[in-house]
Design a protein around this ligand. Sequence first.
Ligand code: M6R
Length: 373
Amino acid sequence: MTIKFFDVETGKEINKKTEEVKSEEKEEELKEEHYMLKEILEQPETIKKATEQDEQKLLETAMEILRAKNVIFTACGTARYAAIVGRYLFSKIAKKFSEVIMAHEFQYFIDSVDKDTLIIAVSQSGETADVLEGVKKAKENGAKIVAVTNVENSSLDRISDQTFFLNCGPEIAVASTKAFTGQLAVLYLLAFATVNKIQEVKIELKKVSEKVEEIISQNGGLLKELAEKLKDHQDFYFIARGIDFAIAAEGAIKLKEISYAHAEGMPAGELKHGTLSLIEEGIPIVAICPKDYTYEETLNNVQEAKSRGGFIIGVSDEKNEIFDSWLKIPKIEEIFYPLLTVIPLQLLAYYLAVARGNNPDKPRNLAKSVTVK
Ligand code: M6R
């Protein structure tokens, strides 16, 4: 079939350039019960695939990050939580301050974006309207655009100066899982590229992918049981500090979007500034507290919730008597914990949605890519 394009005003035919696009968007045969579960289980492999990046490109972008006056991440939802991990990494590894701005709020900061600004746009689909709008405006102001996306030839890919692909294959379930860990892997590579440690970080990310496998094979049963126990609760709180805060926020969004229960993720230090008044007997509090630089202080905040009757679910490599339920993760070099702690939270959200009789692949009122403003 031949398709012709015409200019609406002049009626003249427009000669369009044709380009062949790789389309992997066909839904593969499903062995698991849902795409979301399939995609969670794929992560040991997809994390490795995300590390397959051109080293020269990583080094060049790392230099841009260090040189830029301002580095701003823009993204929505889960992609924004990946960006928040990136922000902590840039500070800790590259010693570079950066900001994360929700894409739909970005236009209100556009006056401070100029040619010395580097924008890092994170988007699985590369088609999120809010992200594209902000990026276009930033480009008009002369900013450089780096995209972290899963989709080749997406609008974001085409508009950006540099693109890093996640290489994780199509993500079908509305709830983002393997794209999130892929985004993290790319951001770890960029952060470590700023200190010339690409090989070292690749070795660590390979170890991480093996540990992800371990979590998946060891925690499934326990998480199913826990979901059954918690299925009638309507409020959940996820708390953590530092880099782990992003995972608290990610755990909460995952749970609420597919189980339709209310969930909030927040920095643990913020509890006593308001939310603590909501904690009463039996309220589930998920504490992300690996044995890293946040451990002791997060546990102090967990104690505040526990003494008000909260039911504490600890995600940690270290057992603690304060936990009513312990989601065990393996030990790893501390900066990499976010890639491990998120896995039991994805599984918890999945099993909870199933226990509540929902279809986790197609949550009500939500679309896979939000192409409207
Ligand atoms: O395609 P994008 O990464 O730009 O999508 C952004 C959000 O809409 C998306 O991450 C959403 O929050 C997920 N459904 C959460 O699982």
